[in-house]
Design a protein around this ligand. Structure first.
Ligand SMILES: Cc1cc2nc3c(=O)[nH]c(=O)nc-3n(C[C@H](O)[C@H](O)[C@H](O)COP(=O)(O)O)c2cc1C
Length: 257
């Protein structure tokens, strides 16, 4: 009988871990994006040399896309910023980006992801500049050991799509698993949140990257188990029901009274 009691108590202790699911991957959504004047979006500013084709935006297109990805994956956002900020003026930006390409620059970054080792999945987002990813994205991926991690590119553009950057990232990260990225028009990311979400959601679902339990759809499951324990005391033995309750919140089973 004592053996039975021990077995029952052990079972009650082990049950939560038996029910526990595999931990969700830790996701980082790193992105480079530029507020200011940009092509085909925003409102043209009086007196700007580039008003003919560029308007002013408060938040960059890729930043818009990154925010949706972070929301749907439950990932942490990290903005890749250079020590020397990029110009707000569109014409100057075109020139600076070309200079960085010509010199194969690695612009110094303003901050590092201190806990990169904690992340399993790294989304890397960027705009297309002159048919390429910004040189600062090389600075970013070369700053870490991303071996064994899953890397997923995403970008905005105004006609070039991914512009070959998928292959560039795959070649730069031979030790990582690079999944197929997603390119969205900057104008769509900036001005059409519904369309942006409609493009991002199936892409994430296809990679099984969408956080299972977000917002209103949060899944809360409960389970209760009643075990019978035989307890032995000085005056004899008696049977005692032991109730164990479990609730699944955010993919994890939690045991409680
Ligand atoms: C310097 C520069 C170069 C660009 N070159 C291209 C290009 O070659 N192909 C393209 O489709 N879009 C190009 N664009 C447009 C951007 O890719 C697009 O506006 C993008 O959404 C900007 O993202 P951001 O707001 O996150 O910086 C360029 C924009 C800039 C500022």
């Amino acid at each position: 009988m004592r053996k039975l009691l021990a077995v029952i108590l052990l079972l009650a202790l082990l049950l939560p871990s038996a029910l526990a699911e595999e931990a969700a991957p830790q996701v980082l959504v790193a992105f480079l994006s530029r507020a200011g004047e940009n092509y085909n979006v925003g409102v043209a500013r009086e007196g700007s040399a580039s008003t003919a084709y560029a308007g002013y935006i408060e938040k960059g297109n890729t930043a818009m896309m990154a925010a949706v990805i972070a929301e749907l994956t439950g990932g942490d956002l990290f903005e890749i910023q250079t020590v020397t900020p990029y110009p707000e003026d569109y014409a100057s930006m075109l020139r600076v980006a070309q200079e960085e390409i010509d010199t194969d620059a690695r612009p110094a970054l303003a901050a590092q992801v201190e806990n990169m080792a904690d992340y399993d999945v790294i989304f890397i987002g960027y705009p297309i500049w002159h048919g390429r990813m910004p040189q600062a994205i090389y600075s970013f991926i070369e700053a870490y050991d991303l071996t064994g991690k899953t890397v997923i590119p995403f970008n905005t553009h105004e006609g070039s799509g991914q512009s070959g950057t998928q292959r560039v990232i795959e070649a730069a990260l031979p030790g990582s698993t690079v999944l197929q990225g997603l390119a969205i028009r900057g104008k769509v990311a900036q001005e059409d949140p519904e369309q942006t979400r409609a493009l991002i959601e199936p892409w994430l679902e296809g990679m099984n990257m969408k956080k299972a339990n977000t917002g209103a759809e949060a899944e809360v499951l409960t389970a209760s188990v009643t075990l019978t324990a035989r307890v032995y005391g000085a005056s004899g033995s008696w049977t005692l029901p032991v109730n164990a309750h479990f609730t699944k919140i955010d993919g994890q089973w939690i045991a409680h009274n």
